[in-house]
Design a protein around this ligand. Structure first.
Ligand code: ATP
Ligand code: MG
Ligand code: MG
Length: 554
């Protein structure tokens, strides 16, 4: 059997195994910052790390990178856990960078004692200036050669809350003329006087990402720390910080980078998604138009479709924009297999079968899903007055119109062949009723000769008296531009589509009256729909997940 070729991340791992890393030392992590909800970009990272865990039977930690209390909240921690679980993955350990604050602090003290870190007391503007540019060397801070005693004293007092935010910071003492700007005495700690969602008021100094991340990996014995490409220049600093603490007998983690995955017609950045919520462009983080995992779930996406999407795009070494039609393809493919077919009319016009007996109703058999191995059926009511889709009728039509028109026959799905006879119009000329006759011998599945008659078109319908009314939310792309984030001159919110939500009243076959939140259906000929969490008994709300085919006009 031919094996799927290894991606470059797997090649890195295989190489390490070949060079003597024992398989049982493999250990991965997914490290979200709890400053927002996870989005479809994160799904790539989740599927990569947890996928490697499954492939190598290695543990994967869910690590919250919670080092900045001004942006992080418990709500986000809870949402992230829910989303990772929903995607179908199990973490070995739920861990927090904040678990390591004491250890990180102790290591920082050791670095001060070793002459590797110092307290700087200048303003951030001055320090930024002194850093220089890639083509110039930096300038040493006048505090760079503070005595170890003074540094230890100031750092302890920073920790004890004696200073205001911005008064002092702790910096690593590396090289102010280093060609990598990140190595020019980077900040390790800053004062933030905010309660932390876990450590509360225990700390008022917080470690920077670069200082906390590699050391957290080390503490957890992570073998491979995969992150996105923007961290490539940080790798040197990641390694330098590890050099300060790694002891021989412990595994030394390795940072490697892969490309960020961006999706067209949306944004994938927690900060930007947060603005969509706070500035009222959507209702919440889980608004079905959002690129968040929770938004996609509410929209009707399945976990399998998102995993399949992540798997299909794979991982790459260069950033690029993935067309959202690929994501839509993945959900369509999954829903085609699992979603029961039902009939719903979203833009109704009344159809009267003039030769059908007044007051009669019959319950016809309707196939649930032609993809099923063993076919199952449900009953749908048929009667004299029906609703059909307004666009499924034209008074006069050319020979390419395979729907209902006057004088021609069409099949009503799961029911009879009918023929258009006449229309009733209001004083503005709008059609209020279509009158048709039916062939009583043509019932689908009856086995009669007439039932086997071939007519050109089949349309869906619901019985007017039996129809269940529901609110149906139809979504368009949230952004009119393919890459709203791509133009640094223009704020992405300029590209928000003002018509991304249309609400209509739908008329559904009565089998849907018992549908529950999250249930997914194909409304035949209309697309895939799911029950929204805003539904109440007798007040169903549906979200359109995706159309039946890719009809997006490019
Ligand atoms: P955001 O800008 O949305 O906050 P982030 O990278 O700051 O993104 P983190 O919470 O730090 O968000 O991300 C956790 C992990 O997910 C990181 O390893 C990060 O590199 C990865 N990740 C985030 N966005 C993407 C993306 N668009 N494609 C692939 N991986 C991503
Ligand atoms: Mg981050
Ligand atoms: Mg971020």
């Amino acid at each position: 059997t031919k094996e799927k070729s290894l991606n470059f991340i797997e090649q890195i791992i295989e190489e390490d195994l070949k060079n003597g890393l024992p398989t049982e030392k493999l250990h991965f992590r997914f490290p979200p910052e709890p400053n927002g909800y996870l989005h479809i970009g994160h799904a790539s990272s989740i599927c990569l790390n947890f996928g490697l865990g499954l492939k190598y039977n290695a543990p994967v930690n869910l690590r919250f990178d919670d080092t900045n209390p001004s942006k992080e909240e418990q709500e986000f921690v809870d949402a992230i856990k829910q989303d990772v679980e929903w995607l179908g993955y199990k973490w070995a350990n739920e861990v927090y960078a904040s678990d390591y604050f004491q250890q990180l602090y102790d290591w920082a003290i050791q670095m001060i004692k070793d002459g590797k870190a110092y307290v700087d007391s200048q303003t951030s503007e001055v320090m930024a200036q002194q850093k220089g540019t890639p083509s110039t060397v930096g300038v040493d801070s006048p505090y760079r050669n503070r005595s170890i005693e003074e540094n230890l004293d100031l750092f302890e007092r920073m920790k004890n809350g004696e200073f205001e935010e911005g008064a002092h910071i702790l910096r690593a003492k590396i090289d102010m003329s280093h060609k990598n700007m990140l190595m020019r005495d980077p900040i390790m700690y800053r004062i933030i006087k905010k309660a932390h969602h876990r450590t509360k008021d225990a700390w008022c100094i917080y470690p920077m990402y670069d200082w906390a991340h590699g050391e957290s990996d080390y503490i957890e014995s992570i073998s491979h720390s995969f992150c996105t490409l923007e961290f490539l220049p940080h790798r040197e600093l990641y390694d330098w910080f590890l050099d300060q603490v790694v002891t021989e007998d412990n595994i030394r983690p390795k940072q490697r980078e892969f490309a960020r995955r961006n999706l067209s017609h949306t944004v994938v950045s927690k900060r930007k998604l947060a603005r969509l919520v706070s500035e009222g462009h959507v209702t919440a983080w889980d608004d079905p138009r959002m690129s968040t995992i929770s938004g996609l779930r509410r929209r009707g996406y399945t976990a399998a479709s998102i995993r399949n999407y992540a798997d299909t795009i794979g991982i790459a070494k260069r950033d690029n924009l993935i067309d959202v039609s690929l994501l839509e393809f993945c959900i369509r493919e999954d829903l085609n297999k699992i979603a029961p077919r039902v009939m719903a009319v979203l833009d109704p016009v009344k159809l009267v079968i003039t030769n059908y007996p007044e007051g009669q109703e019959e319950w016809l058999d309707a196939e649930n899903n032609p993809e099923e191995e063993v076919m199952t059926y449900r009953k749908v009511p048929f009667s004299k007055e029906l609703y059909i889709e307004r666009e499924d009728f034209k008074e006069e039509a050319n020979s390419k119109f395979f729907r209902l028109t006057l004088g021609k026959e069409v099949r009503l799905k799961n029911a009879y062949i009918i023929k258009g006879e006449s229309v009733v119009k209001d004083e503005h000329g709008n059609i209020t009723e279509i009158h048709a006759t039916y062939d009583a011998d043509s019932r689908s599945g009856s086995g009669s000769e007439a039932s086997k008659r071939k007519v050109k078109g089949t349309i869906h319908w619901v019985s007017a008296a039996h129809a269940v009314e529901a609110e149906v939310r139809i979504y368009d792309r949230l952004f009119v531009d393919e890459n709203p984030d791509g133009n640094k001159e223009v704020d992405f919110l300029e590209f928000v589509n003002p018509n991304s939500l249309e609400i209509v009243k739908g008329y559904l076959e009565p089998s849907l009256s018992t549908a529950k939140e999250g249930d997914k259906f194909q409304f035949q000929r209309m697309g895939y729909f799911c029950v929204d969490k805003d539904s109440k008994p007798n007040q169903l709300v549906f979200n359109k997940t995706v159309g039946l085919r890719d009809t997006w006009a490019k």
